[in-house]
Design a protein around this ligand. Structure first.
Ligand SMILES: NC(=O)c1ccc[n+]([C@@H]2O[C@H](COP(=O)([O-])OP(=O)(O)OC[C@H]3O[C@@H](n4cnc5c(N)ncnc54)[C@H](O)[C@@H]3O)[C@@H](O)[C@H]2O)c1
Length: 666
């Protein structure tokens, strides 16, 4: 059998490997809808054949046509590698560039069977978040990374490696663009079509940027959100007891909701239509109980409310039925949200009420138009039921899954009186925006490239010591954030959050990120730990322009612009990032968001120290500056502090107008 290193160096094998059997034990991507005309299908096959010598075309053309008919995409299953895919210690990767090896490690982590949602279709999460479009792209990219030097940059066009171009050692080793379209071609069906043609892909946020670290990132983000949402309702721990949180989704990200509910100290009910997803979360211990009968659910919840229990309950069925049933039986919901995948409403992200799970799966593939009418009818019912609860005092927030957007498009009653805003806030407007992003707090993460758990433990200790030191020096405005993250990092080892690479996440502001990274670099230089890869979720202060999510708390009209995300990735790329990426789509849907991110290898060198200071400072303060210009008070506070700390930073500050002056105009 060919060794791992040899298979990587081989790239595209000269002789055709044997075809691979379709493995029913793997969680596969759903069949994509039929979208290409016969002429476009031919174009898709011709596009795919570009990777292969002519002599192989006859066999492969027939095979790829078959894949396109059966799955709606050409994954080139035959070319799945022999080697198992997981994040190996960095020293196991063949190559000439440590930075390129770090990227190989991260790519493999994103495709690890324990980490990825549909590993054989190269989908990491979110149903369509792709690392590559097909297995040949994986092979070719790994080969390029194994042969490149620090004088070259690999250019990635939506999964396709355009090639290695001469650059310089402090340039990014890889520049990734995913799903970048001419704006008029960014509707959901455009993704279906151009992805099926093999010319673009949906990179989600951390899938196509090689920065996914398994469920840990989401557990942390969800805990911070639910904790702060509950704090809005209750002044102290005692007040929280017995409060009910109702939501939906036990999938990739949404599955963290019951765990977060338990940490926040509430009763949670999470509806999930897919029995497989519900049972997986139950077996993992992320949700305490499963109930599949509505009357039993009502009785169980009333008991939990009376006893002020902390418990998480999964309801196996449609969330619309729960909202309606709780209304009919007088169950008071304190906190409500939704995490069905409405960024992908027509292809399995949202299961309409009134159809069984199986009926819905069948209809979406065989009668997509009819399915769409069911989804829209269900969304109208869903919104109406939520409205009944909120009239009685439920605090409802949109969880960045496009629930309000799609409900409004379906004709659901979710618009505010001014017909511009939604009736309910997004979690960013009320919670993460003002409490975290405006101050610069966001999802900083790192991976210990040695693969050693003891390195992760040491980095946890280093990060905790930095945060504790900073907490003593920080102003009252950010004390709560610091305290939450210190508590998180102290419990991180015990909570066994690692799946795949030895990774950790916490929320830190610009100063925190720079100080933690500098302390890591110093520890690497002293030989106390191996190299560390820094990164972050794109869902952050500066990385993402998304009017209904990350930038929904921008009120100067600029939330429909994407200058910040573009500036961010350009700025990161010339300040020392090891790789950068910029994506269309991710989270809320194709055409609805532009998001970017970076990865950076720390190797203990003086150059790494210069890079981390320069790049992390920009990577956070860019967004704070923009949020400040949008007149967000906390951001102005944060950017003034940043200017005091760094004399070279000079940001334009807004003058606030007296509203009375505008009253009589127009
Ligand atoms: N967790 C977060 O912090 C966060 C942040 C921002 C956005 N989101 C958004 O949340 C959504 C969910 O993400 P995910 O990774 O969990 O997706 P996912 O597709 O893995 O999970 C969604 C789950 O919802 C279930 N579902 C769909 N319709 C349902 C219905 N009517 N009733 C009950 N269950 C239903 C599906 O069966 C699925 O298991 C995405 O749109 C994502 O962008 C999450």
């Amino acid at each position: 059998m060919i060794s791992f290193a040899d298979e990587i160096k081989q790239g595209i094998p000269s002789a055709l490997p044997a075809p691979k059997a379709w493995d029913p034990a793997i969680n596969h991507a759903p069949k994509r809808k039929e979208i290409l005309s016969p002429a476009e299908k031919k174009l898709a096959i011709a596009n795919a054949l570009r990777y292969f010598p002519k002599a192989q075309h006859a066999i492969l053309a027939a095979e790829f046509a078959q894949e396109l008919q059966t799955y709606g995409r050409i994954y080139m299953y035959r070319f799945m590698p022999e080697h198992p895919i997981f994040a190996r210690p960095i020293s196991d990767y063949p190559g000439k560039s440590a930075q390129a090896k770090a990227i190989m490690l991260m790519i493999q982590n994103n495709l690890d069977h324990r980490v990825a949602q549909h590993p054989h279709e190269l989908i990491t999460y979110g149903g369509n978040g792709a690392v590559f479009q097909n297995w040949i792209q994986y092979r070719l990219v790994m080969q390029y990374l194994a042969e490149m030097t620090d004088e070259q940059t690999l250019v990635m066009y939506s999964g396709h490696p355009m090639g290695l171009f001469p650059s310089h050692p402090n340039a990014p080793r890889v520049v990734v663009t995913n799903g970048m379209m001419i704006p008029n071609y960014s509707k959901p069906d455009d993704w279906e079509k151009f992805n099926a043609l093999g010319v673009t892909q949906y990179g989600q946020m951390t899938a196509g940027s090689y920065m996914y670290i398994g469920p840990q990132g989401i557990v942390h983000g969800t805990t911070i959100t639910v904790l702060n949402a509950v704090r809005r309702l209750a002044k102290n721990r005692h007040d929280i007891q017995g409060k009910l949180f109702l939501t939906a989704g036990l999938g990739g990200m949404s599955g963290a909701q019951p765990k977060a509910g338990n940490i926040a100290g509430v009763i949670s009910v999470t509806a999930e239509v897919n029995p497989k997803a519900a049972h997986t979360r139950h077996e993992q211990g992320w949700v305490d109980e499963i109930i599949s009968d509505l009357d039993q659910l009502v009785a169980r919840v009333k008991k939990a409310q009376a006893a002020k229990e902390v418990v998480s309950i999964a309801y196996l069925g449609n969330v619309v039925d729960v909202w309606e049933k709780f209304d009919q039986t007088g169950v008071h919901v304190d906190l409500g949200s939704d995490q069905t995948s409405l960024h992908n409403p027509w292809a399995g992200g949202y299961y309409p009420a009134g159809l069984s799970f199986e009926q819905a799966n069948d209809m979406m593939a065989n009668d997509p138009e009819q399915f769409k009418t069911y989804v829209q009818e269900s969304l109208r019912r869903h919104a109406a039921a939520v409205n009944k609860h909120t009239e009685r005092g439920t605090y409802f927030f949109d969880y960045g899954n496009a629930f309000l957007l799609e409900s409004s498009r379906a004709g659901g009653e979710v618009m505010a009186a001014n017909h511009i805003d939604f009736r309910y806030p997004s979690y960013i407007q009320d919670i993460l925006g003002p409490m975290c992003f405006d101050f610069g707090f966001g999802p900083f993460r790192w991976v210990c490239a040695s693969g050693k758990p003891e390195d992760l433990e040491k980095t946890d200790d280093i990060a905790c010591a930095v945060l504790e030191q900073m907490m003593q020096e920080s102003p009252a405005e950010i004390q709560q954030q610091m305290a939450d993250n210190i508590q998180w990092i102290k419990g991180a080892q015990e909570n066994k959050l690692v799946v795949g690479s030895q990774a950790r996440i916490l929320y830190a502001d610009a100063e925190g990120r720079m100080r933690i990274a500098a302390a890591f670099n110093e520890a690497i230089a002293k030989g106390e730990i191996g190299p560390v890869i820094l990164g972050r979720d794109h869902h952050d202060v500066s990385g993402t322009d998304s009017p209904y999510r990350e930038t929904s708390n921008i009120y100067d009209g600029s939330r429909f612009t994407a200058d910040m995300a573009i500036q961010n990735v350009i700025g990161d790329s010339f300040r020392g990032a090891t790789w950068v990426s910029i994506h269309n789509g991710g989270g809320v849907g194709w055409g609805e968001v532009i998001n970017g991110g970076f990865g950076m290898l720390l190797d203990g060198s003086a150059q790494a120290q210069r890079n981390l200071t320069s790049m992390l400072h920009w990577d956070v303060n860019n967004g704070i500056a923009r949020r400040n210009w949008a007149r967000n008070e906390n951001a102005t506070f944060a950017i003034k502090r940043a200017m005091e700390a760094e004399p070279l930073l000079k940001v334009t500050l807004p003058n606030l107008v007296d509203e009375r002056l505008l009253e009589d105009l127009f």
